[in-house]
Design a protein around this ligand. Structure first.
Ligand code: GMT
Length: 374
């Protein structure tokens, strides 16, 4: 197939999933055209089946808000028509699904039919999409898509609960490249970070309020009171400066490191003993899956789709949102040398159920159905 993928090019989960999907599809012989405003972060190599088309928004003094959606629509029209695409797959509804709807209308007027597949990722539904400033457009554009997928059953449930969506939503969970995400020998790194054999806790996120990074720090402080431990925080975002100050106020700053945005997150995960995901909301929890693939069990909340991934008492533990004391207790239980090897093995085994080879064919089937339906 000739597939157009529209996504955010950033470190965010939806952009990562879209890029990894495109790479996997290219490996399976499809031609994949990425359409977005800058080179996707994980698309930094040459492949004969992968193409990147940059959306350029011209500046004009009249535009207080540059009309990205219009430039994106025009680019989609151009690429569908000239590259003879079979299907357009848009990741994250806002504004990609409505731009795809408009592109489809323009192409129809030119005698070209293009099916649109929309994948819902999380905050496009649970946070931003619900906002009355966006909700009518989100509802309409989901209903106008030829196929809709969501990354968890919980996200599908939320979509039906909060939006007047009549379309069937197929759950296709996120997936993982197990060749890349596996425990690597990084003993020198571990020795540098935890020279006394301390347990290593890891958190990766975009440091937004929804991730509750404050709880990460409080869980870590609780653990460190009981056993020697270190914490590595990967990523960056609006809450980072506040969290750096909080770490100093809690007097645990000497035992943790903010590493910022890192491309090779699997190298950090390879030295981890426990991953912390105390999120307020999480449609899937791709960061937890990446950790599990590197044999790192997960202490998480029961938010959104996390329990569909993290099996309580097996691959990690599940607590109520904000229950820091429970997460400290659970972390200490998992980190106990009697329990840790069992949790690590179970985490990897669970991650193997989400192998890219198992999930990508579900998208291929979805494209095929959408193509046949138009
Ligand atoms: O907030 C984020 O983590 C970014 C956001 C995105 O759309 O880029 O992530 C969402 O999509 C990921 C990939 O499907 C999911 O793994 C995350 O759980 C989801 N985030 C939230 O629901 C908060």
């Amino acid at each position: 197939m000739n597939i157009g993928i529209v996504c955010y090019p950033t470190f965010g989960g939806s952009g990562v999933v879209a890029t990894e999907l495109g790479k996997a599809l290219a490996q399976r012989g499809h031609r994949v055209h990425f359409i977005t405003y800058s080179q996707p972060v994980r698309l930094d190599f040459f492949n004969e089946n992968l193409f990147y088309h940059e959306v350029y928004v011209p500046a004009y003094p009249l535009f207080q808000f540059p009309p990205y959606e219009l430039a994106l629509t025009s680019k989609m029209v151009d690429i569908v028509q000239n590259e003879k695409l079979d299907v357009l797959h848009v990741h994250y509804a806002i504004p990609h699904a409505s731009a795809a709807f408009m592109a489809k209308q323009i192409l129809r007027a030119r005698g070209i039919q293009i099916p649109v597949v929309t994948t819902l990722h999380g905050t496009d539904i649970t946070l931003v999409g619900k906002d009355p400033n966006f909700e009518p457009v989100v509802t309409f554009s989901i209903n106008q898509s030829d196929a809709v997928t969501s990354v968890s059953a919980d996200l599908r449930r939320e979509t039906y609960e909060y939006f007047a969506v009549e379309k069937d939503i197929t759950v296709i969970p996120n997936f993982i490249d197990l060749q890349r995400f596996k425990k690597q020998e990084k003993n020198h790194f571990r020795a540098a970070i935890a020279p006394e054999g301390e347990k290593l806790l890891v958190h990766t996120s975009n440091f937004r309020a929804v991730k509750r990074v404050e709880d990460v720090l409080r869980i870590f402080c609780g653990v460190r009171k009981q056993i020697p431990a270190k914490l590595l925080l990967v990523g960056d975002g609006p809450d980072r400066s506040r969290m750096e100050k909080l770490a100093r106020d809690l007097d645990c700053h000497r035992d943790l490191r903010f590493l910022g945005k890192l491309e090779a997150v699997e190298e950090v995960l390879s030295v981890g003993d426990l991953f912390l995901m105390p999120s307020e909301n999480e449609s899937f929890g791709l960061a937890a899956l990446e950790a599990m693939a590197c044999e790192v069990p997960v202490v998480s909340t029961n938010a959104g789709g996390i329990p569909e991934l993290n099996v309580n008492g097996v691959t990690g533990t599940i607590s109520e949102i904000g229950d820091v004391a429970d997460m400290v207790k659970n972390a200490l239980y998992i980190l106990d040398d009697e329990n840790l090897p069992r949790f690590k093995a179970a985490a990897r085994a669970r991650a193997e159920e989400f192998a890219v080879e198992k999930i990508v064919p579900l998208y291929e089937e979805c494209y095929q159905r959408a193509i046949e339906a138009v």
